[in-house]
Design a protein around this ligand. Structure first.
Ligand SMILES: [Ca+2]
Ligand SMILES: [Ca+2]
Ligand SMILES: [Ca+2]
Length: 326
């Protein structure tokens, strides 16, 4: 049991570590460049979960340092569902809404923190919204939301930053909408903001078809975390999921197959606090699994969702001891 003042010290310390780490990032592509993930994916509300999206909703948060005071834009690549990239079932009849939120609660509301599209997960003020069906104007092209003043987001002292939320939701239809985001200083091109970052609590994305491509995601482990439960959905039994950290070389996790969740628990070591884990996805070479959409989340011992940052906090973890933790 910790007393209030030592808990406060730890919170301040965590804040400083987070702030320092966030401030050294320079990447607001979602998925991030160190993730090597081709696309985010959100299916229409009438899709079957066996196609790889468990809830037809995906929430991301952009973190903008408070010292950055110029307008920002949220750009969406291929927001429409049709044409070259998206996943067809029957005919393209899927409509996807993208809604940008700011203001009090857009991040701190407790329902938002669950990472699930339940309760008040849309908390905050709507800053912009648009729904896309088949639209050749935006096929393999960028659509830009904004400008937004960063102060329209929710200020979060722990991050010394404003947070703006975007929710993609499959309104209707049964196809898969593939897309990407970029937080930019420009409406016409992708120009990153020094020190900004992005994160999600539950990640739904497409793996590459090429089995040589390894995608990696990076949950951040805060200093309250003692145990975690990792959960993956609809992995199609596609090879291996390996955990690497500052302490562990590679620890395999059980993988899901078709339309099911698989969970596993593991202990977090003290030296892993305030660092990122790397969760690497090694596809099997044969038979090659194509169009594999998957979902992943990770929770601590309080059942709180941990954040996957697009640019890993503290950088890509390299094992310092090289322990092969099983
Ligand atoms: Ca369809
Ligand atoms: Ca699309
Ligand atoms: Ca799948």
């Amino acid at each position: 049991m910790m007393n209030g003042s030592s808990q406060m010290k730890r919170n301040i310390l965590t804040g400083i570590v987070l702030f320092t780490a966030l401030f050294h990032t320079w990447s607001q592509a979602v998925p991030g460049k160190d993730e090597n993930i081709p696309y985010l994916v959100t299916f229409g509300a009438n899709a079957e979960t066996s196609w790889g999206d468990d809830d037809f909703s995906q929430t991301f948060f952009f973190v903008i340092p408070k010292d950055f005071t110029s307008p920002v834009y949220i750009r969406v690549y291929d927001p429409d569902c049709g044409g070259a990239i998206d996943e067809l079932k029957g005919v393209f009849d899927t409509r996807t809404s993208f809604t940008v939120y700011g203001g009090v609660g857009c991040y701190t509301d407790e329902d938002v923190q669950t990472g699930q599209p339940q309760g008040n997960y849309k908390a905050g003020n709507i800053l912009a919204t648009r729904t896309f069906g088949v639209d050749p104007r935006y096929d393999q092209k960028w659509f830009t939301f904004g400008p937004f003043n960063p102060t329209e987001g929710e200020y979060v002292e722990q991050f010394k930053s404003y947070i703006i939320k975007i929710i993609a939701e499959g309104v209707s239809g049964d196809d898969g909408n593939l897309y990407r985001y970029f937080l930019s200083t420009s409406p016409d091109e992708n120009k990153p903001i020094e020190g900004a970052n992005a994160f999600t609590f539950e990640y739904c994305f497409r793996l590459w078809d090429d089995p040589k491509q390894i995608s990696v995601i990076y949950p951040y482990i805060d200093d309250r975390t003692i145990n975690v439960r990792e959960s993956n959905f609809d992995w199609d039994d596609d090879g291996y999921i390996l955990i690497t950290s500052v302490l562990r070389k590679s620890q395999p996790l059980p993988v899901s197959n078709e339309d099911n969740w698989v969970e596993s628990d593991f202990k977090i070591f003290d030296k892993e606090h305030n660092t990122s884990l790397a969760i690497s996805m090694i596809k099997k070479s044969s038979p090659v699994v194509r169009n594999n959409n998957v979902v992943m989340h990770i929770r601590n011992q309080y059942n709180e969702a941990l954040k996957f940052y697009s640019s890993p906090i503290g950088g890509i973890p390299k094992p310092i001891y090289g322990i092969g933790v099983r």
